[in-house]
Write a protein that binds this ligand. Structure first.
Ligand code: COI
Length: 350
C-alpha cells in the first residue's frame, strides 16, 4: 500500500530550523505518520504535518491507558546515508505490547512503512555528530469514546520523530527502590506500555530530591533481585565478565540489551544472564569485585553508573566510565554510525 503524502509536508519540512544544541526528545520534526484501525481493519498510512491530536475526552486511552510505544533511532552513517537499527525488532516488540493490552498489532508492513517514510522525509534532520540521531517514537492508542472497561474498537498509530542527543549525558547515580514496584507479577513489565513509566514517576521525583538520577527497580515478586531502570536495562561488570538480569517477565526485552549481549560475545566477553541479588551486588561493589556498571537502551545508548544508593548507604563504582562499558558503547556506535562492518546485519539503509 502506498503512503499518502499531505501536500503541506514539503513546506513544513522546508520551514524547520534545527536547534544548535540538541537535548533528548524536546524538538519534534514538523511531520508525523499516522494510520487508523477500525474494528480490526487498518487504513493506509499518511504522512501529515505534525499537529495536536483531536481526541474525544471519553477516548479509552485517556481513562484505561490503552497505549503502547516504541523507541528507535535513525543514524547518520559514514558517507552521509541514513540507516535504521534493527527496526523489525521494534515492530515485533510493539506487537507483543499491543497484545498484552488487548490492542490490534500494527502489521509489520505498516510499522515499517511508517518508520521508513518519516525517516526518508526527515533525512535532513538526522544529526551527524556521534551519539546523536533522529529518535523515532511509534505509538498506538485506543480512541473509542466509551467509558466501559473493555478494549477499544478504534485505534490510531503514529510515528513522530525528534532530532536528539543521548538521553543521559555523563554518569548516573542510581537509587535502589526498595518501597515501590514499577510493574506487577503477571503484569505489564515486559511490555512497553505507558503505565509502567507512569508507575515509575513518583520514585524518580523522590530520588531526584535526594540527588540521584534513576531508580534501580527490584523484581516485584521477590523484592531482592535487580530488574532494570525505568527506561533502561542494567549491566554489572565483575572481574571482566558481564552480568545482566535474565528476562523474567517483568523486564523489558531491550533491543540494545540484546545487541550488547551479542556484541560482547563476539568481542570475547563472557555474559551471564541471571538473577542478581541486590545485597550481593552492593557487597561486590563495596569490595571492588564489581568495578563498573552501566545502563543501556535505545535512548540512553550505554550510560555508566557511578553510584548506587541504598537508604543512607552509598556504594561507589570504582571505574566510571569503565573500560568494558566504553568498549561496548564505542563498538555499538561504530556499527550504528557505519564506521565498522555490520557483521550482524542490524542496519537497514533508508
Ligand atoms: C528508549 O530507550 O527508547 C526508551 O523508550 C526509553 C525512554 C522512555 C526514554
Amino acid at each position: 500500500m502506498s503512503v499518502y503524502i499531505d501536500p503541506a509536508v514539503a513546506g513544513h519540512l522546508r520551514g524547520f530550523e534545527m536547534p544548535e544544541r540538541l537535548g533528548f526528545g524536546t524538538v519534534m520534526a514538523p511531520v508525523m505518520f499516522r494510520a487508523v484501525c477500525q474494528d480490526g481493519c487498518w487504513s493506509g498510512g499518511e504522512l501529515v504535518p505534525y499537529a495536536p491530536l483531536a481526541l474525544d475526552p471519553a477516548a479509552k486511552v485517556l481513562h484505561y491507558a490503552q497505549s503502547c510505544f516504541e523507541g528507535m533511532k535513525a543514524y547518520r552513517t559514514l558517507g552521509g546515508g541514513v540507516s535504521l537499527f534493527r527496526p523489525e525488532r521494534n515492530a515485533a516488540r510493539m506487537a507483543h505490547s499491543a497484545e498484552r493490552l488487548c490492542m490490534p498489532a500494527v502489521p509489520e508492513s505498516l510499522f515499517m512503512e511508517g518508520v521508513r517514510t518519516i525517516t526518508a522525509y526527515c533525512a535532513n534532520l538526522v544529526p551527524a555528530s556521534s551519539g546523536e540521531s533522529l529518535y523515532l517514537r511509534p505509538f498506538l492508542i485506543g480512541t473509542q469514546p466509551d467509558l466501559a472497561v473493555s478494549a477499544s474498537t478504534s485505534y490510531e498509530f503514529y510515528v513522530i520523530a525528534s532530532p536528539s542527543a543521548a538521553y543521559h549525558a555523563g554518569h548516573m547515580r542510581l537509587w535502589v527502590e526498595r518501597e515501590d514496584s514499577r510493574a506487577a507479577v503477571g503484569g505489564t513489565g515486559d511490555a512497553k506500555v505507558g503505565g509502567n513509566y507512569a508507575a515509575s514517576l513518583l520514585s524518580i521525583s523522590r530520588l531526584k530530591a535526594r540527588g540521584y538520577d534513576q531508580s534501580l527497580w527490584l523484581n516485584p515478586g521477590n523484592r531482592h533481585t535487580v530488574d532494570e531502570l525505568s527506561g533502561m536495562n542494567f549491566f554489572a561488570v565483575m572481574e571482566g565478565e558481564l552480568h545482566t538480569p535474565r528476562l523474567n517477565g517483568s523486564i523489558l526485552e531491550g533491543i540494545t540489551r540484546d545487541s550488547l549481549i551479542q556484541l560482547a560475545d563476539a568481542l570475547g566477553y563472557t555474559v551471564h544472564e541471571r538473577d542478581i541479588d541486590i545485597d550481593d551486588l552492593l557487597a561486590l561493589v563495596k569490595s571492588g569485585t564489581c568495578s563498573e556498571a552501566f545502563a543501556c537502551g535505545t535512548a540512553a545508548i550505554v550510560s555508566p553508573v557511578s553510584l548506587l544508593g541504598d537508604g543512607e548507604q552509598q556504594y561507589e563504582l570504582a571505574q566510571v566510565p569503565g573500560p568494558v562499558a566504553e568498549h561496548l558503547r564505542q563498538s555499538l556506535l561504530d556499527i550504528q554510525e557505519g564506521r565498522a562492518e555490520d557483521r550482524f546485519g542490524w542496519m537497514e539503509a533508508v
